[in-house]
Design a protein around this ligand. Structure first.
Ligand SMILES: [Zn+2]
Ligand SMILES: [Zn+2]
Length: 328
């Protein structure tokens, strides 16, 4: 690695509120010390199963780092989420697996989907695809990454940014992505955090990849939880950000909890108990029924927000939106 690259090594966001620092230590203890590969020096890589890698991508604006997962099937491999669009992630995946890599973002947000443009095949829920077609451009990238603003952390080389544009294949709820033979990944749409927000169920590996829909949010991590802002004005399909829609989808998903053993989230601790989903169901039901009976108040980016906690889960909401939602 060149001297230049060494200076540009990612600096992780140490967000105690979201448990980033303790997460790295925990990962090192559980899976061995992370690797950084020359082909893409912008992610920290742990091999967490025989056919699964977890990669931590540092945030470009000091908010919190996020997880990218690489799952290898018999014929091809898939990146579930693909980070900020910095570095040759696809090349890294092809190096690690020796197979063609495709990708499936859980939702359109720039920490999960901005790397999509480097892949020939991008699969996501149809609402996510509609939104991505309007937002995979430099303007959206700069805005999400706070380019030029005080909190911007330009730790990367411009030449390592991947193409912005992509044209995702729009999937229906419960569509199957096949990785060869009988290795199937099911898309499960849940909405809430983003209109197209989806989980991906690796049926063979018995792992549910949960994006920003379900988190293992421990006692000392009040900043980590399912962020539910309600329908965002001007965003396509924003009716699927409705709290009750997310609640109904989560109740249905929780019924299927026997189909996976572990949850892998987009932020914070990973390799979490399957019950993260049932705990989140209990939290969102409580929040919709009685939002004023919250457990914690947190200062969010858009003012005061409220956490409802159940077990390992937190859901975070704006009180006025939740109350308005309750009345109509
Ligand atoms: Zn998100
Ligand atoms: Zn996220």
């Amino acid at each position: 690695m060149s001297e230049n690259n060494t200076k540009l090594m990612p600096i992780l966001t140490v967000s105690e509120e979201r448990g980033d620092y303790s997460t790295i230590n925990e990962m090192n203890e559980k899976f061995g010390h992370y690797c950084i590969y020359a082909i893409d020096p912008y992610v920290y890589v742990w091999k967490i199963r025989d056919n699964v890698w977890a990669m931590l991508a540092p945030c470009t604006h000091a908010v919190g780092d996020n997880w990218i997962y690489l799952v290898e099937g018999p014929e091809k491999a898939i990146f579930i989420d693909n980070g900020y669009g910095i570095g040759d992630l696809r090349g890294l995946g092809e190096m690690l697996t020796g197979k063609k890599c495709i990708t499936a973002p859980t939702h359109f947000h720039g920490d999960h989907a901005a790397g999509s443009g480097q892949f020939d095949e991008v699969y996501c829920h149809k609402f996510c695809a509609d939104i991505m077609r309007t937002r995979m451009n430099k303007e959206s990238w700069d805005q999400f990454n706070h380019v030029g603003e005080a909190q911007w952390r330009p730790y990367y080389l411009e030449k390592d940014l991947v193409p912005y544009w992509c044209n995702p294949t729009a999937l229906e709820n419960h569509a199957i992505i096949n990785l060869g033979e009988d290795y199937d990944i099911e898309l499960i749409h849940v909405g809430g955090h983003a209109p197209g927000e989806s989980c991906f169920l690796d049926k063979k590996g018995r792992i549910l990849y949960t994006g920003d829909a379900y988190f293992e949010s421990r006692d000392d991590m009040p900043g980590l939880g399912t962020g539910l802002g309600g329908p965002r004005p001007g965003l396509l399909h924003n009716e699927y950000q409705d709290f009750r829609y997310y609640m109904e989808q989560t109740i249905a998903l929780a019924e299927r909890v026997g189909e996976w053993d572990y949850c892998m989230a987009g932020h914070g601790p990973i390799d979490s108990p399957a019950t993260v989903v049932t705990d989140t169901r209990d939290a969102i039901v409580a929040a919709v029924e009685n939002p004023e009976n919250y457990d914690e108040e947190v200062q969010g980016r858009w003012g005061i927000q409220y956490n409802m906690r159940r077990g390992l889960a937190r859901v975070r909401y704006n009180m006025d939106v939740m109350l308005a939602n309750k009345k109509d």
